[in-house]
Structure formats: structure tokens, C-alpha cells
Write a protein that binds this ligand. Structure first.
Ligand code: ADP
Ligand code: MG
Length: 728
């Protein structure tokens, strides 16, 4: 039996409530942190601890220690040089230390009057004026010492630490923490849940703090085990519920005249082996009377769109409708363009069409589209989330395909499910270019089947990736000129730096103008009639000016029609350099683009960089990706950023990138809420807790079969209202 937690939380007050019925500011802040039910508070664990359990002798401390000392104030004065500050001296009989405050209240000055006995806590720094504590926490001497470490919780503006701490304490005291899963079923040696939580909020002072921080302490094991079990149970439940659902079985024979066969016939290339395999896996799912729930993952450029088109063709061959959704209009229109190019003539011969639905459509056009969706004339419906808006009624939807699924809200995917007729559910195919390492996917997503495109179409020349320091920006611009002279096109990506889109837009606009000027090119304006020269027109005056070249801008704030016009011009090749914020991140396909410049590459995530790089190297031309990095004040790039940039230079393989990303960030974040609606693991870490994951995988089906009520309670305790979403 592990040691009992030594400390018990002091009696808790109720969390502050608003007078009357209204919600107080505190309650709003707590809600923002996800703290509503008592159990939410109990599971809100400290990010770190402070040790206020001991008072030490100054003579026993070393510079750099964070310590608590007690003594008499011998001096206290406000000085004005080099700046206004309060300086007091504390003597504890063994040594003295200076206390300094740059911001202080008169009350503090009073508290530190000479002769006062105080207890202070802070980091002791050495220095030639003597040892100092900057801004120590000050209390009256002799205040009873707590028995446990003091928890520090992560908080937000408007919610002071002591208030949050009291609220957590109250929730912890009230939450029903009885064992739901009988103890004998838990991993051996596991602590009780109440015991573990009490300890983690108020650990005994003799604990090895490192084991709390790296979550290896036995108290953590209990929480991780419970969390993983809840995750596995909810996935398993979802899988079983799905097995009980009915979907239309799509079993059209693949014969010479089928849309599927005709589509393969008009393709300008052969599908890769991986594409064929994925197509077959999907075909088997579609032929079942249970809804498919499949993730198609493949590196950027691996050709997911074709697999989607083949699945759509199978669905249409069986006499049903297929919906394809993308998270942005640009992506949706790219799909639309490609699929229309391939499928429209074939569909037209059958009296069928492709429909297009987005939020920005004119009412009239939109109503016309809705009408052909409802009549069934639109066999394929492409668009953004507008596809699942209430007004859209399908005649016989059987397959929904969601591209870049991690950018789609789970609620939206839920809405999609309700679009099939009557009791039937549509089959669901999700596509992602952020590969999850296979082993992880299999053990973690009990609820998902996965097809992987692990082969790129032939004839691609690998993209050469170069790191270039920001001060060599001019050379990069020269390089752009070189590409343009060969008739190629260029992407220039500006980072999202600020919380404010307005600032990002200003930066991106400035970059566009700078490039136009240096290249002697024109600023591109999306409406052809309004073509105007750049800024002051100085660009065109340069001897090497190329007024036939255009530099354009794409930004998330632009109206959709303008964005589409810009993309259309870039695709058509009448726009040569596209400066953009990360709106081009996923899915955009312009094979003539051969150079991608990413500014402030050190600020991007690894997967994001890889996605961006995937926009080039899509044709046969040799392509390059330049990662411009800035070093900041320290003259260096941070360690994680360096690891990301290094990975980009060293490998072009999406799976390897995913593996490194996992290493740099840890799977908790990697599999974050953005992935497939999976719950963010708050406590467990899949790279270190695989044994616990195995335990949870093994227990989940047994628990669900033999004690379904306990399983339900356990999921409810851990996931609460979130559980519904996980089934999407
Ligand atoms: P992603 O998986 O990133 O969505 P796309 O579906 O956009 O990739 O495909 C990338 C490019 O490769 C497109 O131009 C597409 O037409 C082309 N492509 C797809 N499959 C093949 C293939 N088997 N052979 C050659 N080119 C292909
Ligand atoms: Mg794509």
C-alpha cells in the first residue's frame, strides 16, 4: 500500500456566488476554464506548487533558492534612483536580506515598518548590493504553517489565485469521488481516487516534486488510468452504437459503364497502389449496412482527392447522393474545380450534376442549388459547412466526405449525420493530411477505421528545403525573380503573429508592396478592370521592372468573392506571386508554383510547415521551400523551434514529420481536440503510458459488457457533456 497522503485540505468555503440569480464575474471565469460541476473542480489539478510549509534560516540558503524566512524589519525606505522603489532589510538572526518592490501600496510600506516581524517568501538572488528578494510575498510572522504544499492553478484574467484555490477546494470536498470502477479492476497498487486527488491538490511536503511534475507519482497513475479508461469506453460505446445503426448499402457492380470505371478511364494518370487499396477498403465499408466511419490519411500530395472522387462515384453508381465538405471556401472550390473537371461531363450524360453550396452565395444561386439537391439532380454536393445548413434537404444522401477533418467542428459533423433520410445514417469518410502514427491511431481510436496513402504519385521531384536567416531576405527575393523568369509561380507566407487580424493584414500588405517594388511588378487587384500600379508606381520605373508580373494578396479577412478571384488568378497563372497568411495552408493545388517562402518559419508548428511546403513540388519542376527565420533578441532560435526547422530540412516524409512532431510536442497536444473530435488527454501521455493504455483497452469491453451502468457512470464523471460529441 502506498503511503497515505499526509495532508488534508483545510475546510473549504463555498465558491463565491453572485448575489441574486445573475452569474458573477468569478463564475463566468470559472466556466471559461471548464469548471462547472464539482467533479470538474476536483479534476482541475495544480500546474505547480509552492512550499510554504517550512521557515528556513537565511544562513542555510543559497543564492537562487526559493525560500521562506522570518525575521525583523530593520530598515525600510523609498528610494527614487535609479527608479522609484521600496527597499526594506530583514534580519532573521542568522543573516540579512534586502526586500525590493518596484510597485507597492502604502499598506505594504506600513507592513514593512522597522520593528515589524514578518514572514517573506521568494527567490533569493546574490548581488553586489547584498542578497535580495524581489517582490517577495509578505505575511505576518507566526502565521500557522500549512501542512501541505500550496497548489498554484493555471488561471485567467479576472480570477485571482486565492479565489480559484478556494473554489477548487470546495469542489474537491463536495465531489462524489467514490470508486465507480471496483478497485480490484484497477491496475495493481493504484491509489483510491479521493486519496489521489487530495494528494495532488495538497501534497505532503516531503514528496519528490519532480514526480508530481512529470506525472510519474503513483497518485497520477490513478488519474491517468481512469482518464484512459473513460476515453476507451466512450470510443467503444460509439463503435457499438454505430454498429446498431443502419446505412444504405452501396453495392453497385463496377462494370464498364459505371461512373467509377469511366472516372478511371478519363484520368490522365494511373492511381497509385495506395490509392487503389484505399478505394477497395472504402468499397467494402460502403457495401455494408452499417455506416462507415473511416479516416483516410495521407501526406500532402498523396492524392486523397482522387480517392474521395472514386468513393463518390461508387455512391452515385448505387443511385445515391454524396456530399463533400471542406473547411474553407477556397478548399471547397478547389475540390469543386477538380471534381467538376473529372465528373461533370460523365454526370451530364446521366442527367446529373454537381452542386455547389457556400455561405457567401447569392440567395438566388443558392436556392437554385438547394432545389437540385432536393430533387436529387445533384448527385454530388460540394461546399463548406453550408452543405449541412438546415435548409439543405437531400433526396438520398448516402456518403459524406469531410476534408481536413481536424478543422471541422464536431458539431458540424454531427449535423451532417442527420442529413440522411429516415432512420438511415450516411457513411462517413474523413480525410486528413496530418498523419497519426499508425500504432497510435490503432490503439487510441478504438472508434475509427484508418486507410493510409503511404505512397506518393510518381514523377514528383522532392522539394529542396533551405533555412535562410531573415537578414538575407534580399537574396530570397532574387531567387523569386529567378523563378518568375522561368515562368514559375511563387508563394510567400506571412505568419499570424498577433491576436489581431488587422495587424496581420497590415504586415501581409506591407510584404506584398515590398515584393512588388523589389520585383518591379504590379500589385495585383482581383477585379481585372481596376488594375492599378503598385503604391507610388515606383516599381514600374525600375530598369528591370516587369510590369507584366503581378504580386497579389490573400488574407482571411478578405471577402470570399475576392479570395476566390485571387485564387482563380493564381491558378490561371495571371497572378505570379501570392503573398498570404496561412489561408493557403491546406489543399490548395497549383502545380506551376515552384517556390514557397515562409517568413518567420520559427513561429509555425511542424505539421503546419509541412502542410505549407506541400503546396509546392506538385508538378514535375524542381521545387524549393525557403524557411526564413528571425532570431529575436537573444540572437538565437528557441530549442523547440530549432528542432522543428531541423526536421523540415532533414525529411520530406509526412509520417516521419508526424513522428518528430510527436516527439517535440508530446501526443497530448498532438492528438488535441482538433483531431477527430478525440478528447484531449489532460493527464495521460501516450508516449509514456502505453501500459496503462493497454490496460484500459483490455478492461473497456469487459466493463461495458458486465457492468454497463458503471461504465456509463465512469464516462459521465470524466467526460460529462463532452461524451456526446465524441460519438460524432
Ligand atoms: P492531397 O492528398 O494533398 O489532397 P491531391 O488529391 O490534391 O493531394 O493530389 C495532389 C496532386 O496529385 C493533384 O494534382 C492530383 O491530381 C495529382 N494526383 C493524384 N493522384 C495521382 C496519381 N496517381 N498520379 C499522378 N498524379 C496524381
Ligand atoms: Mg487535399
Amino acid at each position: 500500500m502506498p503511503a497515505k497522503p499526509a495532508a488534508v485540505a483545510p475546510a473549504a468555503d463555498a465558491p463565491p456566488r453572485a448575489p441574486g440569480s445573475g452569474e458573477s464575474q468569478v463564475q463566468r471565469a470559472l466556466k471559461k476554464l471548464g469548471l462547472v460541476r464539482d467533479i470538474d473542480f476536483a479534476l482541475y489539478l495544480p500546474m505547480r506548487y509552492e512550499d510554504e510549509t517550512r521557515v528556513v534560516r537565511l544562513a542555510d540558503t543559497r543564492d537562487g533558492d526559493t525560500a521562506q524566512v522570518e525575521g525583523v524589519i530593520t530598515e525600510c525606505e523609498v528610494v527614487f534612483r535609479p527608479r522609484r522603489q521600496l527597499i526594506a532589510t530583514l534580519d532573521d538572526g542568522s543573516d540579512t536580506v534586502q526586500l525590493r518592490f518596484f510597485n507597492f501600496y502604502p499598506s505594504q510600506q506600513k507592513q514593512l515598518a522597522p520593528g515589524a516581524r514578518v514572514r517573506v517568501r521568494g527567490e533569493i538572488k546574490g548581488g553586489f548590493v547584498g542578497r535580495t528578494i524581489m517582490h517577495p510575498a509578505v505575511k505576518a510572522a507566526g502565521t500557522p504553517l500549512p501542512l501541505a504544499l500550496t497548489p498554484i492553478y493555471s488561471t485567467i484574467a479576472g480570477l485571482a489565485q486565492p479565489i480559484l484555490r478556494r473554489a477548487v477546494q470546495a469542489g474537491l470536498a463536495r465531489a462524489p469521488l467514490h470508486a465507480i470502477v471496483p478497485n480490484p479492476m484497477m491496475p495493481e497498487g493504484a491509489w483510491g481516487l479521493r486519496e489521489a486527488l487530495s494528494f495532488l491538490h495538497y501534497p505532503a511536503p516531503d514528496v519528490a516534486v519532480a514526480t508530481l511534475e512529470d506525472h510519474s507519482h503513483p497518485a497520477w497513475q490513478r488519474l491517468k488510468a481512469e482518464e484512459l479508461l473513460a476515453q476507451q469506453l466512450s470510443q467503444l460505446q460509439a463503435r457499438r452504437e454505430r454498429a446498431a445503426q443502419r446505412a444504405p448499402a452501396l453495392r453497385a457492380p463496377i462494370e464498364a459503364g459505371s461512373l467509377h470505371a469511366q472516372l478511371l478511364g478519363v484520368l490522365p494518370f494511373q492511381p497509385t497502389g495506395a490509392q487503389q487499396r484505399a478505394d477497395r477498403e472504402i468499397a467494402i465499408d460502403l457495401a455494408r449496412t452499417q455506416p462507415m466511419h473511416r479516416l483516410l490519411q495521407g501526406d500532402v500530395g498523396s492524392g486523397k482527392t482522387l480517392v474521395a472522387a472514386l468513393a463518390a462515384a461508387r455512391c452515385i453508381d448505387a443511385g445515391f447522393q454524396c456530399a463533400l465538405m471542406a473547411p474553407t471556401e477556397i478548399l471547397a472550390s478547389q475540390h469543386f474545380g477538380k471534381l467538376v473537371g473529372w465528373l461533370d461531363p460523365l454526370l451530364a450524360a446521366r442527367g446529373l450534376r454537381v452542386a455547389w453550396l457556400t455561405g457567401s452565395q447569392k440567395k438566388k444561386e443558392r436556392e437554385a442549388m438547394e432545389a437540385i439537391v432536393e430533387s436529387g439532380e445533384a448527385a454530388l454536393v460540394v461546399g463548406t459547412h453550408a452543405v449541412i445548413s438546415e435548409k439543405v434537404r437531400f433526396r438520398r444522401l448516402a456518403l459524406a466526405i469531410v476534408d481536413e477533418q481536424h478543422r471541422f467542428g464536431v458539431a458540424q459533423r454531427l449535423a451532417l449525420r442527420g442529413k440522411a433520410k429516415g432512420e438511415l445514417e450516411p457513411h462517413l469518410l474523413m480525410m486528413s493530411a496530418t498523419p497519426i502514427p499508425r500504432t497510435l491511431a490503432m490503439s487510441y481510436y478504438a472508434d475509427l477505421d484508418v486507410s493510409t496513402l503511404d505512397e506518393l504519385p510518381p514523377g514528383r521531384t522532392p522539394v529542396v528545403t533551405k533555412l535562410v536567416a531573415e537578414h538575407r531576405r534580399d537574396e530570397v527575393i532574387e531567387r523569386i525573380r529567378g523563378q518568375l523568369e522561368q515562368g514559375r509561380q511563387v508563394y510567400w507566407v506571412c505568419p499570424l503573429i498577433e491576436e489581431s487580424e488587422a495587424v496581420d493584414l497590415r504586415n501581409a500588405t506591407a510584404t506584398r508592396d515590398e515584393l512588388a517594388e523589389h520585383l518591379g511588378a504590379q500589385v495585383h487587384v482581383a477585379r481585372p478592370l481596376d488594375l492599378i500600379p503598385s503604391g507610388d508606381g515606383s516599381g514600374a520605373a525600375r530598369s528591370w521592372g516587369r510590369p507584366d508580373l503581378r504580386v497579389g494578396l490573400l488574407h482571411s479577412r478578405m471577402p470570399t468573392a475576392e479570395k476566390q478571384a485571387v485564387m482563380a488568378d493564381f491558378t490561371a497563372g495571371t497572378l505570379h506571386v501570392l503573398v498570404s497568411t496561412t489561408v493557403i495552408e491546406v489543399g490548395v493545388d497549383v502545380p506551376n508554383a515552384s517556390l514557397m517562402v515562409i517568413e518567420h518559419a520559427e513561429r509555425f508548428g511542424l505539421s503546419q510547415l509541412h502542410q505549407l511546403r506541400g503546396r509546392v513540388g506538385r508538378g514535375a519542376a524542381a521545387s524549393a521551400c525557403v524557411l526564413l527565420y528571425a532570431t529575436g533578441d537573444s540572437g538565437r532560435v528557441g530549442e523547440a523551434a530549432r528542432a522543428r526547422l531541423k526536421a523540415m530540412v532533414e525529411t520530406g516524409d509526412g509520417f516521419e514529420i508526424a513522428r518528430r512532431d510527436l516527439e517535440i510536442r508530446g501526443p497530448g497536444e498532438f492528438l488535441g481536440a482538433r483531431q477527430s473530435g478525440a478528447p484531449l488527454l489532460r493527464f495521460a501521455d501516450l508516449s509514456t503510458d502505453l501500459l496503462l493504455l493497454d490496460w484500459a483497452r483490455e478492461l473497456a469491453p469487459r466493463l461495458l459488457d458486465r457492468h454497463p451502468e458503471l461504465a456509463r457512470q465512469h464516462v459521465d464523471r470524466w467526460l460529462g457533456t463532452k461524451a456526446e460529441y465524441l460519438k460524432a
